[in-house]
Design a protein around this ligand. Structure first.
Ligand code: MG
Length: 375
């Protein structure tokens, strides 16, 4: 029986991960966590009977404690509670599906405790990729990606061989084909209307700006040790090919499937086995065609901006990520326009004096400082 803790279990990936766990039937849930959605977390506690559950929000945690006083689940709170849940008991793996750099410390706590990481929290690798990968190596811990593109790459390299080039596919997001002038007046509702993937709000906005693909290039660089110049992004509107790897002999392997996050979640939970999943099968005769094109980086400037920050390295990706989290939150609450997201991030990067090899403490302080300044 596999033993799994899910951080961020009330979010989009978290709830789908619990669906996968229910389908598999042989996974024991050790820990769960939420930011403040205690109504759903209470239902999850009653259904999956974890040993521990965390709510980041202190007030929510206090209310949850009362609500589940009749169960055996230990309730913890705050950032410390999230780290305790991440390393609690004898879980073999921790699935990290919290949103944003708030995942950094609990991910480190889970690695320190020797847990494999099923990574759906890309911001942790963007903000502190070098440190996290080094720590995972030291502790002999596997990082299995859940991000669909990275799951595809991970699956493509299972047969071995040196990667010559990674081809990351991008759906193009909700605003594909728009001009700069059209982007100016984009509403939250329009930006949230993703054509192919059902995801949380933050990542759906990141998809609309193409920042998501920039963050994923940085994620791929750290996960697979591939130089930035060997990572190419292609727009693939159909989201059937989830990414590809080219090898030394010019052979290219692709991983395909219907666009459903349960498939990469299922793969990560079952790895290294292949077990029947609940995801629909791919019907090739129903696909009229698969298309590939260059991304429009003149219109969607956040993707090249992110890749530049990644190449520059040091503390630049931390600044990029923190400014993006702050800007997306402001856009979602109606305080700035769609194109102002870009301006806020550009400005934060321009005014930052790079730290070459930031420590964990420096990264956390920088992340908090930028988010406070831009809130
Ligand atoms: Mg992705």
């Amino acid at each position: 029986m596999k033993k799994l803790t899910i951080l961020g279990s009330t979010g989009s990936v978290g709830t789908q991960a619990l669906d996968v766990v229910s389908h598999l039937g042989n996974v024991r849930v050790i820990g769960l966590s939420t930011n403040s959605n205690i109504r759903l977390l209470e239902q999850q506690i009653r259904r999956f009977r974890p040993q521990i559950a965390a709510a980041s929000d202190e007030k929510a945690a206090a209310a949850l404690k009362v609500a589940v006083a009749d169960t055996n689940t230990k309730i913890v709170s705050g950032e410390g509670g999230l780290c305790e849940a991440a390393s609690f008991g004898d879980a073999g793996a921790v699935l990290t599906s919290v949103v944003g750099s708030v995942g950094l410390l609990p991910t480190c706590a889970a690695i320190e405790a020797g847990r494999d990481i099923l990574l759906a929290n890309k911001e942790t690798l963007v903000t502190a990729g070098s440190l996290v990968i080094r720590l995972a190596r030291e502790k002999n811990v596997k990082i299995i990606p859940i991000d669909s593109e990275h799951s595809a790459i991970f699956q493509c390299v299972q047969g071995g061989g040196d990667i010559r080039r990674v081809i990351l596919t991008a759906s193009g997001g909700a605003l594909f084909g728009k001009t700069r002038a059209e982007l100016d007046g984009v509403t939250v509702e329009k930006a949230l209307a993703h054509p192919n993937w059902r995801m949380g709000q933050k990542i759906t906005i990141d998809s609309a700006t193409l920042m998501n693909k920039g963050l994923e290039v940085i994620e791929a660089h750290h996960l697979f040790g591939v130089p930035y110049d060997d990572i190419e992004v292609v727009v693939h509107r159909e989201s059937i090919v989830h990414s590809m790897v080219e090898f030394a002999d010019n052979s290219v392997l692709a991983q395909m499937g219907v666009p459903d996050m349960k498939l990469p979640i299922h793969y990560a939970v079952c790895y290294p086995e292949r077990i029947p999943s609940a995801t629909p099968r791919l019907e090739f005769s129903a696909l009229s065609r698969l298309t590939f094109a260059k991304p429009d980086t003149d219109t969607f400037r956040l993707m090249p901006m992110a890749i530049e920050a990644g190449k520059s390295g040091g503390s630049m990706p931390t600044v990029l990520n923190a400014a993006n989290e702050a800007a997306v939150a402001k856009f979602l609450s109606g305080k700035i326009t769609f194109l102002q997201i870009e301006g806020m991030i550009e400005n934060a990067l321009a005014h930052h004096k790079k730290i070459e090899n930031p420590s964990l403490e420096e990264i956390i302080a920088l992340d908090r400082g930028i988010k406070e300044a831009l809130a």
